[in-house]
Design a protein around this ligand. Structure first.
Ligand code: HEM
Length: 414
Protein backbone atom coordinates (compact mmCIF):
# COMPACT_ATOMS: atom_id res chain seq x y z
CA UNK A 1 0.00 0.00 0.00
CA UNK A 2 1.16 3.53 -0.72
CA UNK A 3 2.49 4.71 2.66
CA UNK A 4 0.99 8.12 2.00
CA UNK A 5 -2.47 6.55 2.00
CA UNK A 6 -3.96 5.88 5.40
CA UNK A 7 -7.02 3.67 5.40
CA UNK A 8 -9.80 4.74 7.74
CA UNK A 9 -13.40 3.66 7.76
CA UNK A 10 -13.96 6.70 5.56
CA UNK A 11 -12.07 7.45 2.33
CA UNK A 12 -8.28 6.82 2.26
CA UNK A 13 -6.27 9.90 3.19
CA UNK A 14 -3.55 11.26 0.88
CA UNK A 15 -1.23 12.62 3.55
CA UNK A 16 1.20 14.30 1.14
CA UNK A 17 -1.53 16.72 0.09
CA UNK A 18 -2.24 17.88 3.64
CA UNK A 19 -0.69 20.94 5.34
CA UNK A 20 2.18 19.99 7.62
CA UNK A 21 1.52 20.42 11.36
CA UNK A 22 2.79 21.83 13.70
CA UNK A 23 2.85 25.08 11.79
CA UNK A 24 6.09 26.92 12.26
CA UNK A 25 6.91 30.39 11.08
CA UNK A 26 10.06 31.60 12.82
CA UNK A 27 9.59 35.05 11.25
CA UNK A 28 6.31 35.62 13.09
CA UNK A 29 6.15 37.61 16.27
CA UNK A 30 6.02 35.31 19.31
CA UNK A 31 2.35 36.09 19.89
CA UNK A 32 1.01 34.71 16.62
CA UNK A 33 0.12 31.04 17.16
CA UNK A 34 -0.71 30.29 13.52
CA UNK A 35 0.24 32.62 10.65
CA UNK A 36 -2.40 33.81 8.23
CA UNK A 37 -0.96 31.63 5.46
CA UNK A 38 -1.26 28.45 7.54
CA UNK A 39 -4.66 29.46 8.85
CA UNK A 40 -5.88 29.87 5.27
CA UNK A 41 -4.85 26.28 4.53
CA UNK A 42 -7.22 25.00 7.20
CA UNK A 43 -10.31 24.77 5.09
CA UNK A 44 -12.72 24.01 7.95
CA UNK A 45 -12.87 24.19 11.77
CA UNK A 46 -12.11 20.44 11.76
CA UNK A 47 -9.58 19.58 9.14
CA UNK A 48 -6.90 16.97 8.45
CA UNK A 49 -3.23 17.89 8.74
CA UNK A 50 -0.03 15.91 8.14
CA UNK A 51 2.28 15.05 11.03
CA UNK A 52 6.10 15.04 10.94
CA UNK A 53 6.01 11.34 11.87
CA UNK A 54 4.28 10.52 8.57
CA UNK A 55 0.70 10.11 9.79
CA UNK A 56 -2.09 12.64 9.99
CA UNK A 57 -4.54 14.01 12.55
CA UNK A 58 -7.84 15.86 12.64
CA UNK A 59 -7.08 19.38 13.84
CA UNK A 60 -9.92 20.74 15.96
CA UNK A 61 -9.79 24.52 16.28
CA UNK A 62 -13.15 25.86 17.50
CA UNK A 63 -13.66 26.57 21.22
CA UNK A 64 -16.91 24.58 21.47
CA UNK A 65 -15.46 21.63 19.50
CA UNK A 66 -12.26 21.53 21.56
CA UNK A 67 -14.32 21.42 24.76
CA UNK A 68 -16.49 18.66 23.37
CA UNK A 69 -13.45 16.62 22.32
CA UNK A 70 -11.63 17.01 25.63
CA UNK A 71 -14.62 16.13 27.78
CA UNK A 72 -15.66 13.14 25.67
CA UNK A 73 -14.83 9.65 26.92
CA UNK A 74 -14.60 8.51 23.29
CA UNK A 75 -10.95 9.63 23.15
CA UNK A 76 -7.81 8.08 24.60
CA UNK A 77 -4.70 9.96 25.74
CA UNK A 78 -2.54 6.81 25.59
CA UNK A 79 0.28 7.52 23.15
CA UNK A 80 1.19 3.81 22.82
CA UNK A 81 -2.05 3.11 20.94
CA UNK A 82 -1.46 2.54 17.19
CA UNK A 83 -2.46 5.63 15.22
CA UNK A 84 -1.93 8.05 18.11
CA UNK A 85 -0.96 11.47 16.65
CA UNK A 86 2.74 11.67 17.50
CA UNK A 87 4.93 14.70 16.75
CA UNK A 88 8.10 12.64 17.05
CA UNK A 89 8.68 8.87 17.00
CA UNK A 90 8.33 7.14 20.35
CA UNK A 91 11.68 6.25 21.91
CA UNK A 92 12.33 2.54 22.46
CA UNK A 93 11.36 1.94 26.08
CA UNK A 94 9.84 -0.52 28.47
CA UNK A 95 6.38 0.02 30.00
CA UNK A 96 8.21 0.51 33.30
CA UNK A 97 9.55 3.80 31.96
CA UNK A 98 5.99 5.03 31.44
CA UNK A 99 4.67 3.93 34.79
CA UNK A 100 3.01 6.73 36.79
CA UNK A 101 2.78 9.21 33.89
CA UNK A 102 -0.98 9.65 34.30
CA UNK A 103 -1.25 12.43 31.69
CA UNK A 104 -1.08 9.59 29.12
CA UNK A 105 -3.52 7.26 30.91
CA UNK A 106 -7.27 6.79 30.56
CA UNK A 107 -10.23 5.95 32.77
CA UNK A 108 -9.78 4.51 36.22
CA UNK A 109 -5.99 4.05 35.86
CA UNK A 110 -5.65 7.81 35.27
CA UNK A 111 -8.04 8.81 38.05
CA UNK A 112 -6.45 6.52 40.60
CA UNK A 113 -3.12 8.40 40.38
CA UNK A 114 -4.56 11.87 39.78
CA UNK A 115 -6.74 11.58 42.89
CA UNK A 116 -3.66 11.06 45.06
CA UNK A 117 -2.52 14.57 44.10
CA UNK A 118 -5.79 16.49 43.94
CA UNK A 119 -5.74 17.74 47.53
CA UNK A 120 -2.10 18.83 47.29
CA UNK A 121 -2.89 21.24 44.45
CA UNK A 122 -6.24 22.56 45.66
CA UNK A 123 -6.55 26.34 45.96
CA UNK A 124 -6.58 26.25 49.77
CA UNK A 125 -3.35 24.29 49.89
CA UNK A 126 -1.72 26.57 47.38
CA UNK A 127 -2.85 29.55 49.50
CA UNK A 128 -0.83 28.01 52.33
CA UNK A 129 2.36 28.24 50.32
CA UNK A 130 1.81 31.91 49.44
CA UNK A 131 4.70 32.95 51.76
CA UNK A 132 7.01 30.55 49.93
CA UNK A 133 6.03 32.00 46.53
CA UNK A 134 6.54 35.54 47.89
CA UNK A 135 9.98 34.65 49.23
CA UNK A 136 11.10 32.95 46.04
CA UNK A 137 9.92 35.87 43.87
CA UNK A 138 11.48 38.50 46.13
CA UNK A 139 14.80 36.71 46.48
CA UNK A 140 15.07 36.13 42.72
CA UNK A 141 14.38 39.84 42.15
CA UNK A 142 16.98 40.76 44.82
CA UNK A 143 19.56 38.63 43.05
CA UNK A 144 18.71 40.16 39.67
CA UNK A 145 18.95 43.69 41.10
CA UNK A 146 22.25 42.94 42.88
CA UNK A 147 23.81 41.52 39.70
CA UNK A 148 22.84 44.81 38.00
CA UNK A 149 21.58 45.47 34.48
CA UNK A 150 21.47 44.12 31.86
CA UNK A 151 19.98 40.72 32.73
CA UNK A 152 18.45 37.79 30.93
CA UNK A 153 15.03 37.76 32.56
CA UNK A 154 14.44 34.13 31.58
CA UNK A 155 17.56 32.84 33.35
CA UNK A 156 17.41 35.30 36.26
CA UNK A 157 13.70 35.21 37.03
CA UNK A 158 11.26 33.30 34.79
CA UNK A 159 12.98 29.92 35.20
CA UNK A 160 14.16 30.03 38.84
CA UNK A 161 10.81 31.10 40.34
CA UNK A 162 8.64 28.11 39.33
CA UNK A 163 11.61 25.78 39.54
CA UNK A 164 12.42 26.75 43.14
CA UNK A 165 8.75 26.44 44.11
CA UNK A 166 8.17 22.99 42.55
CA UNK A 167 11.47 21.72 43.97
CA UNK A 168 10.39 22.84 47.43
CA UNK A 169 6.93 21.26 47.09
CA UNK A 170 8.28 17.96 45.80
CA UNK A 171 11.36 17.86 48.04
CA UNK A 172 13.77 17.82 45.08
CA UNK A 173 17.10 19.63 45.77
CA UNK A 174 17.19 22.83 43.69
CA UNK A 175 20.97 22.46 43.54
CA UNK A 176 20.33 19.75 40.92
CA UNK A 177 18.24 22.03 38.68
CA UNK A 178 20.78 22.20 35.83
CA UNK A 179 20.63 18.39 35.59
CA UNK A 180 16.85 18.07 35.39
CA UNK A 181 16.18 21.25 33.41
CA UNK A 182 18.52 20.16 30.64
CA UNK A 183 16.86 16.72 30.42
CA UNK A 184 13.31 17.97 30.74
CA UNK A 185 14.06 20.35 27.84
CA UNK A 186 14.86 17.26 25.75
CA UNK A 187 11.61 15.53 26.74
CA UNK A 188 9.61 18.55 25.57
CA UNK A 189 11.60 19.09 22.37
CA UNK A 190 9.80 17.54 19.43
CA UNK A 191 12.98 17.71 17.33
CA UNK A 192 14.97 15.58 19.82
CA UNK A 193 16.14 12.19 18.52
CA UNK A 194 14.39 9.15 20.09
CA UNK A 195 17.62 7.74 21.66
CA UNK A 196 18.27 11.14 23.27
CA UNK A 197 14.73 11.14 24.68
CA UNK A 198 15.20 7.60 25.94
CA UNK A 199 18.43 8.52 27.77
CA UNK A 200 16.84 11.62 29.32
CA UNK A 201 13.93 9.52 30.65
CA UNK A 202 16.26 6.88 32.10
CA UNK A 203 18.47 9.48 33.78
CA UNK A 204 15.58 11.47 35.23
CA UNK A 205 13.79 8.34 36.46
CA UNK A 206 17.03 7.04 37.98
CA UNK A 207 17.56 10.34 39.77
CA UNK A 208 14.01 10.46 41.14
CA UNK A 209 14.08 6.76 42.06
CA UNK A 210 17.09 7.34 44.29
CA UNK A 211 15.51 10.44 45.80
CA UNK A 212 12.34 8.48 46.63
CA UNK A 213 14.42 5.75 48.33
CA UNK A 214 16.14 8.43 50.40
CA UNK A 215 12.81 10.04 51.37
CA UNK A 216 11.34 6.68 52.36
CA UNK A 217 14.23 6.17 54.75
CA UNK A 218 14.20 9.74 56.01
CA UNK A 219 10.94 11.55 55.18
CA UNK A 220 10.73 15.35 55.03
CA UNK A 221 7.78 17.76 54.83
CA UNK A 222 7.26 17.44 51.08
CA UNK A 223 4.96 15.76 48.55
CA UNK A 224 7.32 12.92 47.60
CA UNK A 225 7.86 12.03 51.27
CA UNK A 226 4.11 12.15 51.98
CA UNK A 227 3.26 9.88 49.05
CA UNK A 228 6.13 7.53 49.93
CA UNK A 229 4.97 7.22 53.54
CA UNK A 230 1.20 7.31 53.03
CA UNK A 231 0.86 5.40 49.75
CA UNK A 232 3.93 3.29 48.99
CA UNK A 233 4.30 2.06 52.55
CA UNK A 234 0.60 1.06 52.58
CA UNK A 235 0.87 -0.77 49.25
CA UNK A 236 -1.47 1.62 47.40
CA UNK A 237 1.29 2.87 45.10
CA UNK A 238 4.35 1.28 43.48
CA UNK A 239 7.66 3.13 43.84
CA UNK A 240 7.93 3.20 40.01
CA UNK A 241 4.55 4.90 39.79
CA UNK A 242 5.66 7.61 42.20
CA UNK A 243 8.77 8.12 40.05
CA UNK A 244 6.55 8.80 37.02
CA UNK A 245 4.20 11.11 38.96
CA UNK A 246 7.11 13.11 40.39
CA UNK A 247 8.70 13.35 36.93
CA UNK A 248 5.46 14.66 35.42
CA UNK A 249 5.12 17.29 38.14
CA UNK A 250 8.75 18.32 37.93
CA UNK A 251 8.56 18.93 34.18
CA UNK A 252 5.06 20.41 34.08
CA UNK A 253 5.76 22.44 37.20
CA UNK A 254 8.52 24.63 35.91
CA UNK A 255 8.77 24.70 32.09
CA UNK A 256 5.19 25.85 31.62
CA UNK A 257 5.02 28.66 34.17
CA UNK A 258 8.56 29.79 33.27
CA UNK A 259 7.56 30.21 29.62
CA UNK A 260 4.40 32.06 30.65
CA UNK A 261 6.42 34.52 32.79
CA UNK A 262 8.92 35.25 30.00
CA UNK A 263 6.32 35.80 27.29
CA UNK A 264 4.04 37.78 29.62
CA UNK A 265 6.86 40.19 30.50
CA UNK A 266 7.71 40.69 26.82
CA UNK A 267 4.07 41.39 26.00
CA UNK A 268 3.64 43.82 28.90
CA UNK A 269 6.85 45.66 27.99
CA UNK A 270 5.27 46.24 24.60
CA UNK A 271 2.09 47.53 26.30
CA UNK A 272 3.50 49.99 28.87
CA UNK A 273 -0.01 51.28 29.66
CA UNK A 274 -1.11 47.85 30.89
CA UNK A 275 2.12 47.42 32.85
CA UNK A 276 1.62 50.81 34.52
CA UNK A 277 -1.98 49.89 35.36
CA UNK A 278 -0.83 46.64 36.99
CA UNK A 279 1.83 48.52 38.98
CA UNK A 280 -0.78 50.95 40.26
CA UNK A 281 -3.51 48.42 41.05
CA UNK A 282 -2.66 44.84 41.88
CA UNK A 283 -6.35 43.92 41.83
CA UNK A 284 -6.01 43.92 38.05
CA UNK A 285 -3.60 40.99 38.25
CA UNK A 286 -6.14 38.14 38.32
CA UNK A 287 -7.95 39.28 35.16
CA UNK A 288 -4.67 40.08 33.43
CA UNK A 289 -3.25 36.63 34.20
CA UNK A 290 -6.33 34.93 32.69
CA UNK A 291 -6.01 37.03 29.54
CA UNK A 292 -2.29 36.28 29.31
CA UNK A 293 -3.02 32.55 29.63
CA UNK A 294 -5.63 32.80 26.86
CA UNK A 295 -3.66 35.01 24.53
CA UNK A 296 -0.32 33.23 24.90
CA UNK A 297 -1.70 29.64 24.97
CA UNK A 298 1.80 28.23 25.38
CA UNK A 299 0.86 24.58 24.72
CA UNK A 300 1.03 25.53 21.04
CA UNK A 301 1.09 22.07 19.51
CA UNK A 302 -2.28 21.24 21.07
CA UNK A 303 -3.50 18.18 22.93
CA UNK A 304 -3.32 14.83 21.07
CA UNK A 305 -5.97 12.12 21.40
CA UNK A 306 -7.18 8.96 19.60
CA UNK A 307 -10.87 8.17 19.04
CA UNK A 308 -11.89 4.84 20.60
CA UNK A 309 -15.33 4.87 18.92
CA UNK A 310 -17.10 6.91 16.26
CA UNK A 311 -17.94 10.33 17.59
CA UNK A 312 -19.43 13.48 16.14
CA UNK A 313 -17.54 16.69 16.86
CA UNK A 314 -18.89 19.95 15.53
CA UNK A 315 -21.13 18.16 13.02
CA UNK A 316 -18.25 16.01 11.75
CA UNK A 317 -17.76 12.28 12.38
CA UNK A 318 -14.39 11.23 13.73
CA UNK A 319 -14.14 7.45 13.30
CA UNK A 320 -12.88 4.90 15.83
CA UNK A 321 -9.09 4.64 15.50
CA UNK A 322 -8.67 8.12 14.04
CA UNK A 323 -6.37 10.69 15.65
CA UNK A 324 -7.49 14.17 16.72
CA UNK A 325 -5.58 17.16 18.09
CA UNK A 326 -7.26 19.92 20.11
CA UNK A 327 -5.57 23.17 19.06
CA UNK A 328 -5.93 25.27 22.22
CA UNK A 329 -4.23 28.32 20.73
CA UNK A 330 -6.87 28.82 18.03
CA UNK A 331 -9.77 27.78 20.26
CA UNK A 332 -8.62 30.49 22.66
CA UNK A 333 -8.90 33.06 19.88
CA UNK A 334 -12.34 31.95 18.70
CA UNK A 335 -14.29 35.16 18.00
CA UNK A 336 -17.56 33.41 18.90
CA UNK A 337 -16.40 33.28 22.52
CA UNK A 338 -13.87 36.12 22.80
CA UNK A 339 -14.75 39.35 21.00
CA UNK A 340 -11.79 40.27 18.77
CA UNK A 341 -10.09 37.05 19.94
CA UNK A 342 -6.80 37.90 18.23
CA UNK A 343 -6.40 41.06 20.31
CA UNK A 344 -4.91 41.31 23.82
CA UNK A 345 -7.31 42.96 26.26
CA UNK A 346 -6.47 42.52 29.95
CA UNK A 347 -9.86 43.94 30.95
CA UNK A 348 -11.92 41.28 29.19
CA UNK A 349 -13.43 38.32 31.02
CA UNK A 350 -11.15 35.60 29.67
CA UNK A 351 -11.97 32.92 32.25
CA UNK A 352 -13.49 30.61 29.62
CA UNK A 353 -10.07 30.07 28.05
CA UNK A 354 -8.76 26.53 27.53
CA UNK A 355 -5.05 27.17 28.17
CA UNK A 356 -5.11 24.55 30.96
CA UNK A 357 -7.01 22.06 28.81
CA UNK A 358 -10.49 20.78 29.71
CA UNK A 359 -12.10 17.60 31.01
CA UNK A 360 -10.47 14.83 33.04
CA UNK A 361 -6.88 15.78 32.18
CA UNK A 362 -7.34 19.49 32.86
CA UNK A 363 -4.18 20.88 34.44
CA UNK A 364 -3.87 19.88 38.08
CA UNK A 365 -1.28 22.61 38.74
CA UNK A 366 -3.41 25.56 37.64
CA UNK A 367 -3.92 27.13 41.10
CA UNK A 368 -0.16 27.03 41.58
CA UNK A 369 0.58 28.43 38.11
CA UNK A 370 -1.91 31.28 38.61
CA UNK A 371 -0.48 32.17 42.04
CA UNK A 372 3.09 32.19 40.69
CA UNK A 373 2.17 34.30 37.66
CA UNK A 374 0.24 36.83 39.72
CA UNK A 375 2.99 37.37 42.30
CA UNK A 376 5.81 37.31 39.73
CA UNK A 377 4.22 39.96 37.48
CA UNK A 378 3.01 42.28 40.25
CA UNK A 379 6.32 42.28 42.14
CA UNK A 380 8.38 42.70 38.99
CA UNK A 381 6.23 45.65 37.90
CA UNK A 382 6.53 47.29 41.34
CA UNK A 383 10.21 46.75 41.97
CA UNK A 384 11.50 47.49 38.48
CA UNK A 385 9.45 50.49 37.29
CA UNK A 386 12.11 51.33 34.69
CA UNK A 387 12.22 47.81 33.21
CA UNK A 388 12.87 47.89 29.44
CA UNK A 389 13.75 45.49 26.69
CA UNK A 390 17.48 45.39 25.90
CA UNK A 391 17.20 43.62 22.53
CA UNK A 392 15.37 43.84 19.24
CA UNK A 393 12.02 42.10 19.94
CA UNK A 394 12.04 40.68 16.40
CA UNK A 395 15.31 38.85 17.11
CA UNK A 396 14.56 37.17 20.43
CA UNK A 397 15.35 33.43 20.45
CA UNK A 398 12.16 31.40 20.87
CA UNK A 399 11.56 27.78 21.83
CA UNK A 400 10.11 26.86 18.44
CA UNK A 401 10.48 23.11 18.67
CA UNK A 402 9.26 22.73 22.24
CA UNK A 403 5.73 21.53 22.82
CA UNK A 404 5.53 24.32 25.42
CA UNK A 405 6.25 27.54 23.58
CA UNK A 406 8.35 30.29 25.17
CA UNK A 407 11.35 32.57 24.94
CA UNK A 408 14.83 31.11 25.32
CA UNK A 409 16.15 34.53 26.43
CA UNK A 410 14.74 37.93 27.33
CA UNK A 411 17.46 40.60 27.68
CA UNK A 412 16.22 43.47 29.88
CA UNK A 413 17.63 46.56 31.52
CA UNK A 414 16.33 49.08 34.09
C1 HEM B 1 0.86 28.28 33.04
C2 HEM B 1 1.27 27.11 33.33
C3 HEM B 1 0.65 25.82 32.85
C4 HEM B 1 -0.02 25.53 31.70
C5 HEM B 1 -0.37 26.48 30.54
C6 HEM B 1 -0.41 24.14 31.77
C7 HEM B 1 -1.15 23.47 30.79
C8 HEM B 1 -1.62 22.19 30.92
C9 HEM B 1 -2.49 21.53 29.97
C10 HEM B 1 -3.01 22.15 28.68
C11 HEM B 1 -2.77 20.29 30.44
C12 HEM B 1 -3.70 19.24 29.82
C13 HEM B 1 -2.96 18.14 29.10
C14 HEM B 1 -3.89 17.18 28.38
O1 HEM B 1 -5.11 17.24 28.50
O2 HEM B 1 -3.37 16.35 27.61
C15 HEM B 1 -2.05 20.14 31.68
C16 HEM B 1 -2.05 18.99 32.44
C17 HEM B 1 -1.25 18.84 33.57
N1 HEM B 1 -0.52 19.82 34.22
FE1 HEM B 1 -0.31 21.75 33.65
N2 HEM B 1 0.04 23.62 32.94
C18 HEM B 1 0.70 24.61 33.64
C19 HEM B 1 1.29 24.50 34.89
C20 HEM B 1 1.38 23.35 35.62
C21 HEM B 1 2.00 23.23 36.90
C22 HEM B 1 2.62 24.39 37.69
C23 HEM B 1 1.91 21.91 37.28
C24 HEM B 1 2.37 21.18 38.50
C25 HEM B 1 2.81 21.59 39.54
C26 HEM B 1 1.21 21.22 36.22
C27 HEM B 1 0.91 19.88 36.22
C28 HEM B 1 0.10 19.25 35.29
C29 HEM B 1 -0.24 17.84 35.36
C30 HEM B 1 0.23 16.84 36.41
C31 HEM B 1 -1.10 17.58 34.27
C32 HEM B 1 -1.76 16.25 33.91
C33 HEM B 1 -3.15 16.18 34.49
C34 HEM B 1 -3.88 14.89 34.13
O3 HEM B 1 -3.51 14.23 33.17
O4 HEM B 1 -4.83 14.56 34.84
N3 HEM B 1 0.89 22.12 35.23
N4 HEM B 1 -1.36 21.31 31.97
Amino acid sequence: MNPALYATEGAPVRTEELPLFPFRSPDDDPFTPVTGADRDRLDAPITRVRLPTGGWTWLVTRHADVKQLLRSDAFSADMDAPGFPLLRPLPPQSPRNRSGSFIRMDGEAHLRLRRMLTAEFMIRNIARIAPLIDDVVESSLDAMRDAGPPADLVAAFALPVPSLVICHLLGVPYADHAFFQQRSGILLDRSAAPPQVHDAIIELRGYLGELIQARRADPGDDLISRLAVERIATGELEADELVGMALLLLIAGHETTANMIGLSVLLLLQHPDHLAALRADEDLADGMVEELLRYLSIVRTGLPRLATRDVEIGGHTIRAGEPATALLSLANRDDDVFADGSGFDPYRQAHQHLAFGFGVHQCIGQPLARAELRVALVRLARRFPGLALAADPAKLPTRDTSIVYGLAELPVTW
